[in-house]
Structure formats: structure tokens, C-alpha cells
Design a protein. Structure first.
Lengths: 452, 464
């Protein structure tokens, strides 16, 4: 029986059905050895939303299941929940619109099956053995190599029918350096759309250098100074904070401090929400409600330009949706069951004019951050204080000393008013807090460092 | 789809039969999770009832684990997957022989006061609306009030090659209030949360008006809070922050998979002094009503209480079946999965500092200038180096033995062993919090943590 018929039998006139089918393969390493071979890990999830209409306002219910035989029950449940839901806002499901395409899948993952991860694991181990011969000894303590193939279908009562196939690749590795009784580590965790996005031959030299340098690391002293954030740290600093204050929903709820045309940042900062950037992690032809994703200007030369809208807040604020109705979740495989909320897709921070080397050369007294333990700012207040895991002290234009421990703290929305440099290269990044960003290195002035 | 327990046991036995004699060990785990979540703020009300079910099968041979997971609870598919696992050729030189564990037969539904599924959805929604209403309109600077409710039921059915067959049903509940305060461009939010392996009585016993008033006042207090000082100070932490130190900074280094990976700062310290003599740290998956409690772990080992540190001496690591075999020590029932889709890892359950004998006033009294951290918000582990990232949403300045000004979001850093060794005062009131723990940035499981107030002679603090 068609899904539309199931909704009709249940008496649900307005609905959508989001289906996510996933297959995962994984190899995990203990040292250089294989600890576990996983796969296939196969999951399916159906999430239906039903509307109940009371005048211009709508109640909404959401229910999920992992078995098509339970779909009827799931629809009944969503219908019942929608009848309980207190209608305070308008909603209607989007109709079909023409989407623009973005590259979101890697053929090597689509066709590779379990072999893709095993081949990469061998390649990684080989590259590690070759790249870690010189003293001090660098060894992996563990590693995770994982591929995802995700098939999403979305249909609704407004006649929308959409489908996409996308891939992810995940590598996590802990590289330990030992010299006598001294120990140090670099612990990269990275998502990519493609296997070559984390090619071991390209990624490992930096990872090994950071692990080795951390062996000589000291804790910084307490002072205010210039701090350069690497692209991953920029991702975790700006996506949760600038992203939050850029949401139409937060303007509606009076929780955004941004106003259109206000100067909110240094003139060298330009940020777009780019939902169509090839191989960026949240690129997609359509968002999780079915609206086309697109490029929206958020900050142009320091001036806040536009809010981001999902379907609901676009309707309630008389705006057009910007393709930002997403299901953010901690687990890719359970994404289907999440609520639709306004979220940035890929914040793209425009690159500047200077190389990283020149940005460092211009610093008299500062820090270059390569990794925080977990940069997790308060989205509303935008404040944070995060432990330094891997960093360098910069003295008179040169990285002179590796740093570990101590903290960097500040408020993201204050810091973006004090940017003195942006590097000329952008990187597709995933952070520990934010899933996706396209970011350069950014240099901030007068940042608090805490240490001994 | 076979989801009645007796049918699931049959399925698991059938899967095992495909692997019997062809691998050194196998197990199979059925996982069904259902929940009800209600969130409400001044604009949105969201009600959802997600549910999923699936099976993970594992085998162990020649030092390597293999696993596969599926939502298709059909004999044919499970047989295909089992045969795939059997055929995998990987092996390792380091072949640990798994020690046999005692065979267990269990079928336990963990008892809670009032089973959430026995409460009508209408009542739950009304309850959440009442809580929201209690915190609304108390002050015009409160621009939004967020209430979040979630109950969950996890059913796990387990069988293995040792003949164990076990079933558990664990119910958890969580309720949280977050009033958002705003004055000009300053926006601050504090929170209060409750929960555990408890039932709907958590909502029914909650004094909405009293909790709302206290939490709203706390959010408003944050509007006038100062940025914390940066540097080394004497520190007092509340029970939730103590729990976060026990769990994030200390506990992750005790997970024996990290020891086997040679990635634990505690490797080689068993039997040694790792904390001050005032310090005892426990992990208990049997803690009554603890958010991280269960009946048996996801390898079929019945729940246990483990004293990790007794009077400052490190007594044991937390282990799973593999690491207890490799390290030749007792399995502590610490192997957990997030769902049938994720890997088994050594994890904590409810981790906490034992109580001492001091009042909060006695702890604060000798401090000339220090900082008190309250309301733990998040933390991150550093198992190799024992670094600390523990953040609270609020703090207070301590001056001349008295709590003075409120402070905004504040974090604790430094080396965890230095911090534990510098504990020189332990409070006498023990409290627990509810939380979710990731291994690194994924594989989230429910955990509890707690302790009394602790006084740390010196630690690095800073805030944004």
C-alpha cells in the first residue's frame, strides 16, 4: 500500500514522511592491529509528521519507527500527538520547488562496500609505519575508519517527493608519542564526504608533527594576547554562536542580538550560509522539510544582512524559507527521528588575503590554536572557556614553543569585532560541537589565556 | 516482526547456532528503545514518540571481534549476517583468550514508582504546560522559558555462546527547566534538571512553583554576574561538578580499553596513591535510581558496584569481557552500547565521590580569595594525559571565607591527579545528577554522576 494511502486511511490530510536508510562499514584499530570489523550496520527509520488545523494555527505531532509494518501505527500516533499539540503558530508543508544540485556522494564509498574501509585501514597503517619511523616514536593507540551510505526520501501532502543519496567518511585516530616516561598525543576526529578528503598521505604529516611537538609542550601563562584559531576551532566557535543569532526563529523569540544592517563584526569578516557547496558536510539539494537549500548572505564586511528561515518561522514572519529546516542530531543514523529546527547548513567564512605564515609573522606575542579539548560555547551568551590540547606560543612572528593545558576564554560575538587577519585558504571542516563549516584560520586580538 | 521476548530469544538462539563451533565466542543483543519527548517554550511545543528496534550480533576469533547490525528481525537476514561474520578472515598476533563468565539467566523489569507508559499523554502534556506556566511571567526580563521532558524505555535481550540468556527493561526519565533572561544585549540562561531510573513520580513530586522561582532567580542573577577571574585559585565545586571531575577527568582514564591501548594516564598506578586520603570514588551500575543504572551490561555481566579509589589509593579499572581477560581481572559489568547500531565500549555508569564530614561553610571558611563552580554543564576526557575540561554554567567568587559575587560560565583546567591530590575538604551531603556521556564525541549512553562539595587547594579557572 502506498504511503499516501496509509495517511488517507488514518484520516491525516496534511503530513510528511521522512525515511532514512543507512549502511555503515567500519574497522577499528588497537595500535596497528585490527580490533573489530563492523558491518554491515543497516538501519532504517521512518518519521512522520501530522498536522491538525485549528483556524490559521496548527498542531503538529511526530512519531518514528524502524519497521514499515509499524508505519500505520506510527501515523496514528503522529495524528494523536498533533491533536494534543497546542497550536500557537502557522505551518504548512512545502510544495515542490526546483532544487539546485550539490556533490554529496563519493563513488568509492557507494561502490566500495566493506572493502573501502579495509583498504583505507591498510593504507593508513602503511602510511603510519612509514611516517613515524623517526624519533621520538609515534604510534596509534586506536583508530576508527567508517563509511556511511545514506538514502533519504521525503514526501508530503503538498505533492513533494524528493530523494537523495549521500556519503560520509569518518576517521578518528589517537597518535601517541613516547620518549622515556614522557607521553603526548594528538587526537584528530574528522568527517568528510569522500575518502580522499582525509587521504592519510596528506593528513598524517600534520597530525604526526602535532603529536611530536606536543611532547615538548608547556602550559601558557595567564595573560591577554593575540590568538589564531585553526579552521576546526573557527567552526566550533562561530557555527553555534553566529549560527544561533542568525536564525529567524531566535529573532522571533527575542533571543537574537543581531539586527539587519547592524555592524556586528570587523569589516574583514564575511559569512555566508552555503547549503550547496560541493562536498561540504551539510550540503544538499533540499533541506529536511523539502525546501531547496541555497546560499544566503549572513554577514557582509561586518554588517549583518539576513536571517535564516525554516518553513515554520518563514511562514510566521512573512518571509521565504532559506532551506534551513534541518534535523540536527548527535547520531547520523538516528537523524530521521529528530525535530525540524532552524539551523545553519555550512557556514562559509570568506577567506582573507594573507597566508597563515604571514598571519603568524605579524604576531608579537600570541598563540596558534590547533586543537581544543572541546570548544563548546554557550550559544546564547556566546561565552566559552576551553582547555588547550595542541597549540603553539608565537613570539616575534615565530612559533617558538608547543603549548598544552590552560585555557582560552572569551565571547564569540565580542571576538568577531576584533579580527586582525583571515587566512587565504578555506577548509571544509567538522568540529566537535558543530558538524559543518567552511573556514579559514582567523586571528583575534586581545583574547584571555589562563594558565600557571 | 518477532519482538515478543520468547520469539526474540528464539531468534538469538538461531543466530548463535549459525556461529556455534566456528568462532571462539559469540553474542547477540536485541535492542528496542522507545521514548516520549515533550519540549515547550513560549512559542513552540513539540511532542514526539520515536521508537526503533534491531539486533547486533558479534563474534570473536583469533583476537579480532566482528559485528553486524540489522533492523530486519528475520531469520533469513540474521543467518546471512552470522555467516558473513564467520567467514571474515582478519586476525591479530595478540590473541587474548576470553575468560568464561558465569552463565546467567535473568528476566528483570527494573521497577520504578510510576511507569511513564501508564500515564496518559494528555497528563504528561498538561504537566509540562503547568511547569512552563509556573516559570512564565515571574519577571519581565525572562524572555523565554524552556521545559524539556523525556521518558525512555530500553529493552535489551541478550544471549551468548556461554549459555546466558537475559532480558532487562530499564525506564529512565528526565525533566529540565531553562528560563532565558535578557537585559539589553546580555542573554543568560540557567537550568535545573531532575531524573534517574525513575518513573513519572519525578514530575508529580516536583514543586513546579518553587523550582521555577529558584531557577528564574538564578538566571536573573547571571545577568549581573561578573566574568570569572583567570588563573590559579582555591576552588570549591558542587556535587554536579564533583561528579563531572570523577567521570570526565578521572573516570575515562580508568576504562580498561584505554589501558590496553596504552592510552591511560593511570596505567601502572594500581595500588598507588592517586588522590588525597579524603577521596573515595565509586562507579556503580546498581545505584538505586541512578540515571546510569542497569540490570546487566551489554555483554551479559550482572550490574556491580566497583570502588575505584579508596582513601586515595587506586583499586581497579573498569573492564569489559575482553579487557578483564587481557588484564586478568574481574569484569566490572562496564560494557555498554548506545544502540544496536553502535560498537561495544568500556563505559562508566554512575560515578561519584563518597561523602566526607564537612559543611559547605566549613569548606569555604579558610579561603581568602577563591572561586566556587556550580551547575556542571559539560566536560571532555583526556585519558592519555589526565587534562581537565570541566565547565559549569555558573560560579561565585569567594572572598575572606564568604561567597560574594556571582560569576558567569566558568571552566576548570589543569592536571586531574594534581587536582585530586589537592582535595583537602569533602562535604557531607551527597547528590547525583543525570547526564549523557560520549566516548570521545560519539556513542552516547545515559550516566549518573555526583558527590558532595569538594575543596581543591589550587586549580586553574577561567571564563568567557
Amino acid at each position: 500500500m502506498s504511503h499516501a494511502k496509509l495517511f488517507k486511511i488514518a484520516g491525516v490530510k496534511e503530513y510528511d514522511l521522512y525515511t532514512l536508510k543507512a549502511t555503515v562499514y567500519e574497522v577499528q584499530l588497537r595500535g596497528f592491529d585490527i580490533e573489530i570489523v563492523r558491518g554491515p550496520v543497516e538501519s532504517i527509520g521512518y518519521t512522520c509528521r501530522a498536522l491538525s488545523r485549528r483556524g490559521k494555527l496548527t498542531g503538529q505531532g511526530r512519531s518514528s519507527c524502524s519497521n514499515s509494518a509499524k508505519l500505520k501505527e506510527c501515523i496514528e500516533s503522529a495524528k494523536y500527538l498533533s491533536s494534543l499539540n497546542l497550536p500557537e503558530t502557522k505551518y504548512e508543508f512545502p510544495s515542490a520547488k526546483k532544487d539546485k544540485q550539490a556533490k554529496i556522494a563519493d563513488n568509492h564509498i557507494l561502490k566500495g562496500g566493506p572493502q573501502a574501509v579495509q583498504t583505507y585501514a591498510k593504507r593508513l597503517v602503511e602510511a603510519l609505519k612509514t611516517g613515524t619511523k623517526s624519533k621520538p616514536t609515534v604510534k596509534p593507540t586506536f583508530g576508527k575508519i567508517r563509511t556511511y551510505v545514506l538514502d533519504t526520501t521525503l514526501e508530503n501532502s503538498s505533492g513533494l517527493r524528493k530523494r537523495k543519496t549521500e556519503t560520509y567518511f569518518y576517521v578518528e585516530l589517537a597518535l601517541k608519542v613516547t620518549s622515556g616516561i614522557k607521553l603526548a598525543e594528538f587526537w584528530p576526529r574528522q568527517f568528510s564526504r569522500t575518502i580522499e578528503g582525509i587521504a592519510p598521505e596528506k593528513a598524517l604529516p600534520r597530525w604526526i608533527r602535532l603529536a611530536k611537538d606536543t611532547m615538548k609542550a608547556k602550559m601558557p601563562t595567564t595573560q591577554r594576547m593575540t590568538v589564531i584559531f585553526n579552521p576546526q576551532s573557527v567552526c566550533d566557535l562561530l557555527v553555534p554562536t553566529v549560527g544561533f543569532h542568525s536564525l529567524g526563529e531566535m529573532q522571533f523569540k527575542k533571543q537574537s542580538v543581531f539586527k539587519e544592517q547592524d555592524l556586528v563584526a570587523s569589516e574583514n569578516l564575511t559569512i555566508h550560509d552555503d547549503g550547496l557547496h560541493d562536498y561540504a558536510l551539510l550540503s544538499s539539494p533540499f533541506d529536511d522539510e523539502g525546501n531547496p537549500q541555497r546560499v544566503t548572505s549572513l554577514i557582509e564586511k561586518g554588517v549583518f544582512k539576513n536571517y535564516l528561515y525554516d518553513q515554520k518561522y518563514a511562514l510566521n514572519m512573512n518571509k521565504k524559507p532559506t532551506g534551513n529546516g534541518l534535523k540536527p542530531t548527535a547520531s547520523i543514523l538516528n537523524k530521521h527521528s529528530g525535530a525540524i529546527v532552524g539551523s545553519p547548513t555550512n557556514l562559509s567564512i570568506k577567506s582573507g588575503n594573507h597566508s597563515l605564515e604571514r598571519m603568524i609573522a605579524e604576531v608579537k606575542n600570541g598563540v596558534l590554536i590547533e586543537q581544543f579539548s572541546w570548544l563548546n560555547p554557550d550559544r546564547m551568551a556566546t561565552s566559552f572557556s576551553s582547555e588547550i590540547r595542541n597549540a603553539y606560543l608565537i613570539k616575534n612572528g615565530e612559533c617558538t614553543q608547543a603549548l598544552k593545558g590552560g585555557m582560552v576564554s572569551g565571547k564569540a560575538l565580542d571576538m568577531i569585532k576584533n579580527i586582525s587577519g583571515i587566512s587565504n585558504q578555506q577548509f571544509i571542516e567538522s568540529g566537535a560541537t558543530a558538524f559543518s563549516c567552511i573556514a579559514p584560520y582567523i586571528r583575534f586580538e586581545d583574547v584571555q589565556i589562563a594558565g600557571k | 516482526m518477532a519482538t515478543k521476548p520468547e520469539l526474540v530469544f528464539d531468534l538469538l538462539a538461531y543466530v548463535g547456532k549459525q556461529m556455534e563451533g566456528k568462532v571462539e565466542y559469540w553474542d547477540a543483543l536485541f535492542d528496542r528503545q522507545s521514548s516520549c519527548t515533550i519540549s515547550k517554550d513560549n512559542v513552540d511545543e513539540r511532542i514526539a514518540m520515536p521508537e526503533f528496534a534491531g539486533i547486533q550480533i558479534r563474534s570473536y576469533k583469533k583476537g579480532v571481534w566482528r559485528s553486524a547490525s540489522t533492523f530486519r528481525l528475520e531469520k533469513e537476514r540474521l543467518k546471512e549476517l552470522a555467516l558473513k561474520l564467520v567467514k571474515l578472515r582478519q586476525e591479530t598476533k595478540n590473541r587474548v583468550r576470553l575468560r568464561e563468565q558465569k552463565t546467567s539467566k535473568l528476566d528483570v523489569v527494573m521497577r520504578v514508582g510510576k511507569t511513564p507508559s501508564d500515564v496518559s499523554l494528555e497528563s504528561k502534556v498538561e504537566g509540562i504546560r503547568s511547569f512552563h506556566k509556573a516559570a512564565t511571567g515571574l519577571d519581565k526580563r525572562i524572555i523565554n522559558v524552556i521545559v524539556q521532558y523525556g521518558d525512555s524505555k530500553i529493552e535489551r535481550i541478550f544471549a551468548n555462546s556461554e549459555g546466558s540468556s537475559m532480558r532487562q527493561v530499564v525506564t529512565r526519565i528526565r525533566l529540565a527547566l531553562m528560563p532565558v533572561a535578557r537585559e539589553n544585549d546580555k542573554i543568560r540562561v540557567d537550568f535545573e534538571s531532575f531524573g534517574g531510573t525513575k518513573g513519572y513520580e519525578v514530575v508529580e513530586k516536583c514543586d513546579f512553583d518553587a523550582v521555577a522561582k529558584k531557577t528564574v532567580e538564578s538566571s536573573l542573577e547571571l545577568l549581573k554576574a561578573q566574568t570569572p577571574p583567570s588563573g590559579e585559585f582555591p576552588v570549591i565545586v558542587d556535587s554536579r561538578m564533583a561528579g563531572m571531575i570523577a567521570h570526565e577527568s578521572f573516570g575515562h582514564g580508568l576504562e580498561a580499553d584505554q589501558v590496553l591501548r596504552k592510552r591511560s594516564y593511570l596505567d601502572g598506578l594500581l595500588g598507588k596513591q592517586v588522590a588525597s586520603e579524603l577521596t573515595t570514588i565509586i562507579d556503580s551500575s546498581k545505584l538505586p535510581e541512578g540515571y546510569g543504572s542497569y540490570v546487566f551490561d551489554d555483554e551479559g555481566i550482572p550490574a556491580k558496584e566497583s570502588i575505584l579509589v579508596r582513601k586515595g589509593i587506586l583499586e581497579r579499572f573498569l573492564t569489559d569481557r575482553y579487557s578483564s581477560s587481557a588484564l586478568e581481572c574481574e569484569a566490572t559489568a562496564s560494557c555498554r552500547i548506545e544502540s544496536y547500531l553502535t560498537k561495544h565500549f568500556v563505559r562508566m555508569s554512575n560515578t561519584y565521590f563518597a561523602r566526607g564530614d564537612m559543611t559547605l561553610e566549613e569548606l569555604i571558611e579558610p579561603i581568602r580569595k577563591g572561586v566556587m563552580l556550580v551547575k556542571a554543564s559539560f566536560g571532555m576526557e583526556d585519558p592519555l594525559a589526565g587534562g581537565i575540561q570541566c565547565s559549569s554554567s555558573k560560579g561565585y567568587l569567594i572572598e575572606h571565607g564568604k561567597v560574594t559575587s556571582p560569576l558567569t560560565e566558568i571552566s576548570l583546567s589543569g592536571n586531574v591527579l594534581e587536582v585530586l591530590r589537592s582535595i583537602d575538604g569533602v562535604g557531607k551531603t551527597l547528590e547525583f545528577g543525570v547526564g549523557t556521556c560520549g566516548k570521545g564525541s560519539e556513542d552516547y549512553v545515559p550516566v549518573g554522576d555526583g558527590g558532595p562539595y569538594l575543596r581543591i587547594q589550587k586549580a586553574i579557572v577561567s571564563g568567557g
